[in-house]
Ligand binder design. Structure first.
Ligand code: HEM
Length: 412
């Protein structure tokens, strides 16, 4: 059946499951046909090609300050029904991801100081031990599910340990980060998503305050203590900025890393030659993880905003316009990647932009990479006969964050 691929892309971005399953066919056609276009349905400009997306990510004329406009669009009666002191209204525009300089640079520097490569590398033994334990438990399940049993809990446990909060609250943390992922990732459903996020922000504030108080009295070797040290250095970090960015670290890393692990195992199981290669040569984990990030990018979309009229990607774009940057599509651009639809864990010169680029380049990239590089070879070593029990998987209902909802597997 012949289809209009632009229409199909819009349907995909509005979560039509049939189109989600034809994602890469749609990407190939749209990318070949249209470099840039305006979607009335999504009320956004769409950039489809690698070079334009890459340039836009580094273009200082484009703004990341988008959340406040989502909040501004809320109907007045809904704003009024909210507690005027709901922390979401104060904190949503404090996360570094949605700030421009100079606030962005200030916040990023403070978090960067605490989130050092050394601190990340120190997590390797913890990640290895937790993976062993979770794989033990998965091995005892009647119907093991890689997403439920490992890909969801592990990133939460690791980031909770880094931040310094107990991971007995795992279920709660998952709910908060789901609310955050929907809030950041869905261009539609804003009201329902907004209310869930507002509730999560209330709960998170109530949860985090006692932990902050405790660290103020007695600092430890964790991110909470490092942030508090930054807060106490004059006016560098306000209380709302502190809480908003702890929430960001908690939420930004979970959904995406779960998806990286899920997409990775799924791609390997669908390409048994590549799976076998990784099993034989675990040292290929580094290039394998880069290829997974490119081939099935966990973060498919990011956005920017124009503050004034400008020319970009060969287009004149007016002021106050939203631009969707299709990272996942850019990572399949044949002008940049040879044979882009081939999954090749030895791919060289893999310049994917799955973690973005430029000033907002993902702060958690080293952690996400480390987790996937440790975990995927361990799974293959522990369960050499692992295979899918259901060839039809369902993708999460979020156009930004791509990953399987479940990955039921048999282990022998
Ligand atoms: C596979 C996993 C991950 C992917 C694909 C991913 C993807 C991204 C992307 C594309 C951006 C840039 C957004 C933009 O430019 O608009 C970003 C930013 C960010 N990510 Fe990640 N991320 C991942 C894991 C993590 C983890 C584990 C953490 C933290 C624990 C994290 C924290 C952040 C933060 C704080 C930012 C904002 C940086 C800034 O605004 O300067 N991410 N991520």
């Amino acid at each position: 059946m012949s289809i209009n691929y632009i229409d199909a892309l819009e349907r995909l971005l509005l979560l039509d499951e049939e189109m989600m399953n034809r994602r890469y066919e749609i990407f190939r056609h749209v990318q070949g046909e249209r470099r840039v276009f305006y979607s009335e349905k999504l009320q956004r400009w769409i950039f489809t090609q690698y070079s334009d997306v890459r340039e836009a990510l580094r273009d200082a004329r484009l703004s990341s300050e988008q959340l406040p406009s989502v909040l501004k669009q809320l109907p007045a009666e809904i704003r009024d029904t909210l507690d005027t002191d709901n922390p979401l209204l104060r904190q949503a525009n404090k996360i570094m991801m949605s700030r421009d300089d100079p606030d962005h640079a200030r916040l990023r520097l403070l978090v960067n100081k605490a989130f050092t490569p050394r601190m990340i590398e120190h997590q390797r033994p913890l990640i290895t031990r937790l993976t062993h334990d979770l794989l033990d438990q998965m091995g005892q399940q009647e119907q093991p599910d890689f997403i439920r049993d490992l890909a969801i809990p592990l990133p939460i446990m690791v980031i909770a340990a880094l931040i310094g909060i107990p991971y007995e609250s795992l279920g709660q943390i998952k709910q908060w980060s789901d609310a955050g992922a929907d809030f950041l990732g869905k261009p539609t459903d804003t009201l329902e998503v907004f209310f869930r996020m507002a509730g999560a922000a209330m709960e998170f504030n109530a949860f985090i305050h006692p932990h902050l108080e405790e660290r103020r009295r007695q600092p430890k070797d964790d991110l909470l203590s490092a942030f508090i040290a930054a807060e106490s250095q004059g006016d560098k970090l306000t209380e709302d900025e502190l809480i908003a960015n702890i929430y960001l670290l908690l939420a930004a890393g979970n959904e995406t890393t779960t998806n990286l692990l899920g997409n990775g195992l799924y791609a390997l199981l669908k390409h048994p030659d590549q799976l076998e290669l990784l099993r034989q040569r675990p040292a290929l984990a580094d290039t394998a993880v880069e290829e997974i990030l490119r081939y099935e990018s966990p973060s498919q979309i990011t956005g920017r905003h124009t503050k004034r009229e400008l020319e970009i990607a060969g287009q004149q774009i007016g002021a106050d316009q939203s631009i969707m940057l299709l990272l996942g599509m850019a990572n399949r651009d044949p002008q940049v990647f040879t044979d882009p639809d081939r999954f090749d864990i030895t791919r060289k010169d893999n310049k994917h932009i799955a973690f973005g680029l430029g000033p907002h380049y993902c702060l958690g990239a080293p952690l996400a990479r480390l987790e996937a590089q440790v975990i995927l070879p361990m799974v293959l070593e522990r369960f050499p006969a692992i295979h899918l029990t259901d060839s039809q998987i369902h993708w999460r209902k979020n156009p930004t964050f791509l990953g399987p909802e479940n990955l039921p597997v048999a282990l022998s």
